[in-house]
Design a protein around this ligand. Structure first.
Ligand SMILES: [Zn+2]
Length: 96
């Protein structure tokens, strides 16, 4: 059973114990890393591009139930009207 993913207005809730805040998330991520090595051979990842990301399992930290999460509204849902899906690239960084 696929795990429902939280959105800008919803959050996870454990259907068994009601936990809203603590989960172990097993996630598969496929990324391209820009690895920049210095002359000494020390590697540093300077950019990461996420190609795909899949949440495989969510386990409740309180009662250990696996994949027993449902989506509920966030308390502040609807307070702001920023209707963006929120998954767009966050390329906006302040320079200074
Ligand atoms: Zn639970």
């Amino acid at each position: 059973m696929p795990v429902p993913l939280p959105t800008a207005t919803t959050r996870w809730r454990c259907t068994l114990c009601g936990n809203l805040t603590r989960f172990d998330v097993t996630r598969s991520t496929k990324v391209v890393e820009y690895v920049h090595l210095d002359l000494a051979g020390e590697a540093k990842v300077e950019e990461t591009e996420v190609l795909s990301e899949t949440v495989e399992s969510v386990r409740c930290r309180w009662c250990n139930a696996a994949d027993q999460v449902e989506l509920v509204d966030r308390p502040s849902a609807g307070a702001e009207d920023g209707a963006d899906a929120g998954v767009e690239a966050e390329a906006d960084s302040t320079q200074g």
